[in-house]
Design a protein around this ligand. Structure first.
Ligand SMILES: [Zn+2]
Ligand SMILES: [Zn+2]
Length: 388
């Protein structure tokens, strides 16, 4: 099976490089990925996938299916293809999406024989609103047995965790007045924001060290001689579990409520972006993936990192067993992501070699899940123990 997968991946390699380089040359921001999603769809169509796009009312999302019509599990690979403002594909999503689509195509050439179903999802706007959150909420992954994607990175690394996140906005409203000649007639909205920051900074001493609260003031008045009647602050609150996130978010909101009460301002609280769940790596699935990486010659696979950011794959990992490992494209240079240099590294021989190994590993892992009923049972047993 190993040799067959490698052969199929190598046969596809030229088409995949064309796809990745085309997307690199045409960087599109989140939810504007018209060319990029179309390029994925055309390749998948050429390889006999049935396409639904737009998907779930998201213009640049798609769902591609290849069904062997033989009984077996559903394996899903998730593609991303959004770029960053100013620096194009500095997160390497041109290559990330290509790897997922490539894995889907290669596995589709095997399922007629071994059974099962292959899905490739196009999931836009990972860097901004995170389409996977909406797709997960609307049931896109309800009939999926395992979901996988691999993200480009300096080195190969195992799938780990990411933090659950809430994006909370506080809007304080007061009353303008001359700040020197009639201060007693004004109500200072900026004070509401400042007291909120002070409250949160006091709270900080008593929260779990793994949690994060960080904010900015996006509106704080126009001139020093006018009492500000409008002030707005935005925060991200992050924690390792959803349960603790909810508890901590409530305490953060109470800081704003206390500030509103003490300053006499009116307070509005809202979420300014979608909330992300924590990423729960399915360790049973992850171990199979890590073992398979070695089959294709990757020996240096770093242990899962303590990741303090948040991923929209987190929401998927609460719907079905999932992994989000990393593959190395600039091992020698150790280039950080979200830079132009990292984007350029997606076009190198090293990157294409890693692409081939990663696709082969994703496919072999899918094959293992399809052929080994006991393995899938163990994966699901672990999944069913996740606490929300
Ligand atoms: Zn990124
Ligand atoms: Zn990314």
């Amino acid at each position: 099976m190993k040799d067959r997968i490698l052969k199929l991946t190598n046969e596809l390699k030229d088409e995949l490089i064309v796809l990745s380089e085309y997307i690199y040359e045409n960087p599109e921001l989140g939810n504007e990925e018209l060319k990029s999603s179309k390029a994925h769809i055309e390749l998948l169509k050429r390889h006999n996938f049935n396409i639904e796009s737009p998907y779930m009312d998201i213009q640049t999302a798609f769902r591609a299916e290849y069904n062997s019509k033989k009984e077996g599990p559903t394996i899903a690979y998730l593609s991303e293809y959004d770029a960053l403002p100013g620096i194009g594909h500095g997160c390497g999503h041109n290559l990330l999406g290509t790897v997922s689509t490539g894995a889907g195509i290669v596995l589709s050439k095997l399922v007629d024989e071994i059974g099962g179903r292959v899905l490739v999802f196009g999931t836009p706007a990972e860097e901004t609103m995170g389409a996977k959150v909406i797709m997960a909420d609307k049931g896109a992954f309800n009939d999926v047995d395992v979901a996988m994607l691999a993200h480009p990175n300096a080195n190969f690394a195992e799938s780990g965790r990411s933090l659950a996140m809430e994006a909370i906005q506080f809007t304080f409203r007061g009353k303008t007045s001359h700040a020197a000649s009639a201060p007693e007639k004004g109500i200072n909205a900026l004070d509401g924001v400042l007291m909120t920051f002070n409250g949160i900074n006091a709270l900080r001493e008593h929260i779990l060290p793994s949690a994060r609260v960080h904010g900015v003031i996006i509106e704080g008045g126009k001139a020093a001689n006018i009492v500000p009647d409008l002030a707005i602050a935005q925060f991200y609150v992050r924690a390792t579990t959803k349960k603790y996130l909810m508890e901590l978010s409530e305490r953060v909101k109470n800081c704003a409520r206390a500030a509103s009460l003490s300053t006499g301002t009116r307070l509005e609280i809202e979420n300014y972006e979608l909330s992300y769940d924590d990423m729960v790596t399915n360790n049973t699935l992850s171990q199979v993936y890590n073992r398979n990486l070695k089959v294709f010659g990757v020996e240096d696979n770093e242990k899962a990192r303590e990741l303090y950011g948040s991923l929209d794959m987190g929401n998927v990992s609460h719907i079905c067993p999932a992994i989000h490992p990393y593959f190395g494209i600039s091992n020698s240079l150790d280039i950080p992501s979200h830079t132009r240099e990292f984007g350029e590294a997606t076009l190198t021989e090293e990157a294409y070699d890693s692409m081939t190994k990663t696709i082969s590993t994703l496919v072999l892992t899918g094959v293992d899940v399809i052929r080994d009923k006991k393995l899938l049972d163990e994966i699901k047993l672990e999944f069913n123990k996740i606490e929300d």
